[in-house]
Design a protein around this ligand. Structure first.
Ligand code: TXA
Ligand code: MG
Length: 315
């Protein structure tokens, strides 16, 4: 089948209320017609996702976004102007047309325009806004290839569109504009610094964002099956255990690890983000007793990476 007819077929599945996994620049999404509550209900079922966890609605452009929200505050518009299509999700007051199941009955809706040609084609071809969480069972590691999706959700969904590996590799930045000040709800593919450069002050919601080693209240896990700890010293590791290391660059350590994944030899956070979830999966397949993750520098995309590692360690 040609690429176009693949996307046409996927678009028909969406129109008929089915589920299609599709690539975005961040991670693969598990999509359904956002305006069809029955289709959206299947997403929760297939992912085993709790109903209180709302979904992001993906649209092709600002015109389609306008249908879903009551108003776009000026600061939201400035970010949208700069970062759409791209890994920026804005939370706004929702329009009545958005079903409650999409937003977990919140009066708000999360919206983004993904920066991936296949995702955009799928949305345009189906003519529907597409609700999509990451295409993994709830709590697990997000998929950055079609193969990752096949492994965990393969038999349970109607189609998987293969667009190759995701270039950004961590999920979108989620920022809310429903309160007085903008609030960063999840660090992601657009960095806090980039956002602050456009709109100034931003409140930070998660305790994990700026204190990756401190405990906090968390709703998401991004976790492998193997226990994972964050450790920035690599000094007192237990003997006689099969331990895998997830390092940013080449580690300074004399410990003999059973497996090592290096996120970026040259110390590039962008490359590290793109490699993160696939590296976690490879370590998870090695039957290790423990994965030790070394935090990355806590700036730019590093905040999103540390946030995911921290959450993985809290499972
Ligand atoms: O990059 C991404 O954002 C990927 C791709 C597929 O677009 N999607 C993704 O979806 O990461 P998911 O479901 O794994 O994460 C959605 C996040 C959750 O943290 C959820 O709580 C938040 O967005 N969210 C969704 N709707 C919200 C709302 N109305 N208010 C506050 N947070 C919301
Ligand atoms: Mg997810």
């Amino acid at each position: 089948m040609g690429l176009m007819s693949e996307i046409q077929k996927a678009a028909e599945i969406i129109q008929e209320g089915g589920l299609v996994a599709f690539p975005t620049e961040t991670v693969y999404g598990l999509g359904a017609d956002a305006l069809n509550p029955y289709a959206v209900a299947r997403i929760f079922e297939v992912k085993n996702r709790p109903q209180f966890d709302p979904l992001i609605v993906h649209v092709a452009d600002m015109r389609q976004a306008e249908i879903l929200a009551l108003k776009f505050p000026e600061k939201a518009l400035r970010l949208i102007e700069k970062f759409w299509p791209g890994p920026l999700t804005v939370v706004l007051q929702k329009a009545a047309i958005v079903p409650d199941i999409v937003t977990s009955s919140l009066p708000t809706v999360a919206i983004r325009v993904p920066n991936h040609p296949m995702a955009l084609e799928l949305i345009r071809e189906s003519g529907r806004p597409i609700a999509a969480p990451s295409a993994n069972p709830f709590g697990g590691v997000s998929p950055t290839t079609a193969e990752h999706v096949r492994q965990s959700l393969g038999g349970k969904i109607d189609m998987i569109l293969d667009g190759g590996p995701c270039l950004v590799g961590v999920e979108s930045t989620v920022i809310s504009f429903v309160g007085k000040e903008p609030v960063l709800l999840r660090p992601g593919g657009v960095s806090l610094e980039e956002i602050q450069a456009i709109i100034g002050k931003v409140e930070i919601h998660t305790s994990a964002v700026d204190k990756p080693l401190a405990p906090g209240q968390l709703d998401h896990h991004y976790a492998p099956r193997t226990p994972l700890i964050l450790d920035d010293s690599l000094e007192s590791l237990p003997e006689g255990k099969k331990i895998g290391l997830l390092a940013f660059q080449k580690p300074k350590t004399s410990y003999t690890f059973a497996a090592i994944e290096i996120l970026s030899e040259k110390g590039d956070l962008k490359e590290a983000a793109a490699n993160l979830f696939a590296a976690l999966r490879r370590l998870d397949e090695k039957n290790l007793d423990l994965i030790v993750a070394h935090p990355v520098p806590h700036a730019g995309l590093g905040r999103a990476i540390n946030d995911r590692l921290y959450k993985a360690s809290r499972k």
